[in-house]
Design a binder for this molecule. Structure first.
Ligand code: SF4
Length: 241
């Protein structure tokens, strides 16, 4: 596929074609991985296109041990350097001194503050060095993600391009790929988790619950997003919880 205008919506292209296009089009491309199932698929696909690819991930300081184990497994399997981003220690100290270690349980505003300090700001700083980033967002994941496009201009991050090659994929397609290609996946899926984030803010889900219902499960009528991709305030029809 030839290079296309970055605001063209490449809806009919396969994830692999979209990724190939991204690496042909942009000089500096980052895969931003949470090490959930979608990250597993994208990392495996990119490894077959661009062996020297860059992976960024956010170590919020509150991740489960299983995520750190998964980072090591991916590093070993693909022999890649993974850039583990961390929040500014002074900002974390200020937040914890003021509002406590577990501030996120006390109010949605404090939860958003924690996500802002531990996730959004470190990513924003890191993406200043890139022309495009690749994410594992899928439309099916929740109502907040229902309109995700495969390629967009990310105005929240300096107008660089944001590529979501799995936007149209179902959960079944993700797991079919993982099994068919024997790709490493996060061990917490074996314990009933369907979405995985920070340890104190994620629980396993029950059958029939929304895929992201285990994220910030104590909040009612709040947007189940951390701010990396979407606004965290506002009305959400049929909230994902
Ligand atoms: Fe903080 Fe929870 Fe957000 Fe992690 S998910 S940054 S612990 S509020």
């Amino acid at each position: 596929m030839s290079a296309l205008a970055q605001d063209e919506i490449l809806v009919d292209e396969s994830p692999e074609e979209l990724l190939r296009w991204a690496y042909e089009t942009f000089a500096r491309v980052a895969v931003v991985a949470s090490f959930q199932a979608e990250s597993s698929v994208i990392i495996d696909m990119v490894s077959k296109i661009r062996p020297d690819f860059r992976v960024l991930t956010l170590d919020t300081g509150r991740l489960p041990q299983e995520t750190h184990d998964m980072i090591d497994r991916v590093r070993d399997r693909y022999q890649i350097a993974i850039d583990v981003l961390q929040p500014d220690p002074a900002e974390v100290k200020d937040m914890v001194d003021t509002d406590g270690t577990n501030l996120f349980y006390r109010s949605p505003d404090l939860r958003r503050r924690c996500c802002e300090v531990r996730k959004s700001r470190p990513l924003e700083l890191a993406l200043r060095g890139y022309d495009a980033w690749i994410t594992g967002l899928r439309r099916e994941q929740s109502v907040t993600r229902a309109h995700v496009q495969t390629v967009t201009v990310d105005r929240e991050h300096g107008g660089i391009s944001k590529v979501a090659p799995l936007a149209s994929w179902s959960k079944a397609q993700v797991w079919d790929y993982i099994r068919a290609n024997e790709v490493p996946y996060h061990s917490l899926y074996e314990s009933g988790y369907t979405s995985i984030g920070c340890a104190p803010c994620t629980r396993a889900t029950a059958q029939g619950e929304d895929e992201r219902a285990g994220r910030w499960w104590w909040e009612q009528n709040e947007v189940k997003e951390c701010g990396l991709h979407f606004p965290t305030r506002g009305e959400v029809e049929g909230n994902a919880s």
